[in-house]
Design a protein around this ligand. Structure first.
Ligand code: PGA
Length: 251
């Protein structure tokens, strides 16, 4: 079966009201709607409502970059998955390596967040990936399998089909070093085999996207791989034309 590609922009902690407006207007002027590709942008939470208004009549979907594992209550500073749903988001990025390392998020906390996002009716863009040290120690597949297992054990195999999985080698994020298409494909294929061991339909349907220094110049080669179904784009998502070119490479 063929999976519709998806490209999501992870804006991280970048932007101002005016730069957000400029970036989204640039995307709206491009021909994204002509592509066979789902497109999402994930701004900082404070700008989500602004982006929602701007993209309301377009095919661009909006997501958040994190959420609380809790539903509501006295959790100062937190934003729930239900709030992301309420404001009209479709996706929530979870388990990004920056959250794992800089904000000490464990596999268990991430699994709770994935469950909260599914409960809210949204699509988790669940990130996995190994560090350079782990890759050099030949631990890549063990690390990724562990990250995947904790989430699957929490949500149950029948829910796996609802995920988008992002493979993001930590050593390739924001470094300009991309995994080669072959290196990425090898891990994507392993993730799909892991999915098959849990759920045949998830193996067939789940989109596994690659992230880590994707740009227009390397996107076509990456997306040509059999098990790479799009990308999670950081730095290059802050430039409307570059992001459009990446979407074009996917769709
Ligand atoms: P990058 O970031 O494209 O800037 O490497 C990707 C990501 O962190 O999702």
């Amino acid at each position: 079966m063929s999976r519709r590609p998806i490209v999501a922009g992870n804006w991280k902690m970048h932007g101002t009201v005016s730069s957000v407006e400029q970036l989204v207007n640039g995307l709206l002027e491009s021909e994204l709607s002509a592509l066979n590709c789902d497109v999402a942008v994930c701004p900082p939470a404070l700008y989500v409502a602004q982006v929602q208004q701007l993209v309301a009549d377009s095919m661009i979907n909006v997501g958040t970059q994190n959420c609380s594992p809790f539903e509501q209550g006295a959790y100062t500073g937190e934003i729930s998955a239900k709030m992301s749903a309420d404001i009209g988001c479709k996706y929530v990025i979870l388990g990004h390596s920056e959250r794992r390392t800089l904000f000490a998020e464990s596999d268990e906390v991430i699994a709770e967040k994935v469950a909260a996002v599914l409960e809210a009716g949204l699509v988790p863009v669940f990130c996995v990936g190994e560090t350079l040290e782990q890759r050099e120690g030949n631990e890549t597949l063990d690390v990724i399998t562990q990250q995947l297992n904790v989430v699957a054990d929490k949500i149950g195999n029948d829910k796996l089909v609802e995920l988008v999985i992002a493979y993001e080698p930590v050593w390739a994020i924001g470094t300009g070093k991309t995994a080669s298409p072959e290196q990425a494909q090898e891990v994507h294929a392993a993730i799909r085999r892991w999915l098959a061991s849990r759920s045949e339909s998830a193996a067939a349907e789940v989109r596994i996207v690659y992230g880590g220094s994707v740009k227009a110049a390397n996107a076509t080669e990456l997306f040509a791989q059999a098990d790479i179904d799009g990308g999670l784009i950081g730095g290059a998502a802050l430039d409307a034309n570059e992001f459009y070119q990446i979407c074009k490479a996917a769709g």
